[in-house]
Design a protein around this ligand. Structure first.
Ligand code: BG6
Length: 284
């Protein structure tokens, strides 16, 4: 039903196996989901140049962004959760429905305290269903007096045969911060968004659901999100792809990042309280 393997300690992976060649593989480095296969069809993009050294973030799959989205004066871009080794809190277990679940966690340690001096606990529960992958995230502030604020985002890289032929729904009318234009704000006028150039946008107050068309095998992918007000759309395109060492020059047509997050405003977490957010991906 599941396996953990460790060639070298930092590269351990956990596999959720639902049968029928439907699996989900999580690398404990960052609790990065590195593969999600539905009936043997890979749904996630991972670069051929991705580095699995237990240090760098993994280029592809679903890196976990916390407590910072983007550049950070105090620590690494997109925070530290994606480069920490996570604890397997609950090994994969089959539920009575046949679905398989596992729980991962991290908490503050010497390294996190050196860049971000707060106590925290994070739990990440994944459930693999027949055609769905569920993500439940809990962030807890165990402090008696300290309030902290953070960003949270699931940096999902979807695999697509040609990004130019995929459309993303649910963005019409939303304001967005365009990071390719020095953070200028615009409003989306298109019914569906397609990508034909370098794209790096934070759409704000997006609806709970997006659909991406033309993912693998010409199918559709449904994204449902809760407590994630923002949706980031990213593709580096030709020139930026060349600047990214762990991304192949010719790979940009085969991925689209549609990222559910709480990033354009921070989450503020009072002492002794918890924040929860979740996402469901569904192959339609
Ligand atoms: C996106 C950001 O979410 O992640 C982009 O909006 C960034 O600005 C991209 O370039 C990739 O980031 P990284 O740190 O994984 O190279």
């Amino acid at each position: 039903m599941y396996s953990t393997s460790s060639m070298a300690a930092p590269t351990s992976v956990v596999v959720l196996d639902r049968g029928n060649n439907t699996t989900c593989t999580i690398n404990l480095h960052g609790a990065t989901v590195v593969s999600w296969r539905v009936n043997n069809q890979e749904q996630l993009f991972v670069s051929k140049q991705a580095v699995f050294d237990g240090k760098k973030p993994i280029r592809g799959g679903i890196p976990f962004v916390f407590p910072q989205f983007g550049p950070w004066n105090f620590g690494p871009q997109h925070g530290f959760a994606r480069i920490m080794r996570w604890h397997l809190e609950k090994p994969p277990e089959r539920l009575h429905t046949g679905d398989v679940e596992a729980i991962f966690s991290i908490m503050d340690n010497e390294f996190t305290r050196s860049v971000w001096n707060y106590p925290f606990r994070l739990s990440y529960r994944l459930i693999l269903r027949e055609k769905e992958l569920h993500f439940n995230i809990g962030v807890y502030n165990p402090s008696k007096e300290l309030t902290f604020s953070f960003n949270l985002l699931l940096h999902t890289y979807f695999k697509v045969p040609d990004v130019r032929r995929s459309q993303v729904t649910g963005l019409h009318g939303c304001t967005f911060i365009d990071k390719t234009r020095d953070g200028a704000m615009y409003q989306e006028t298109r019914d569906v968004v397609t990508i034909n150039e370098w794209t790096d946008r934070i759409y704000q107050n997006t609806p709970q659901e997006h659909i991406i068309t033309n993912v693998v095998s010409g199918r559709k992918m449904r994204i449902q999100k809760y407590n994630f007000p923002d949706t980031v759309i990213w593709n580096p395109w030709v020139d930026k792809a060349r600047e990214i060492a762990d991304f192949g020059d010719d790979e940009f047509p085969n991925m689209i990042c549609v990222e559910a997050g709480h990033v354009s405003t921070p989450v503020i977490l009072l002492p002794g309280t918890a924040f929860e957010a979740s996402q469901i991906l569904q192959v339609m």
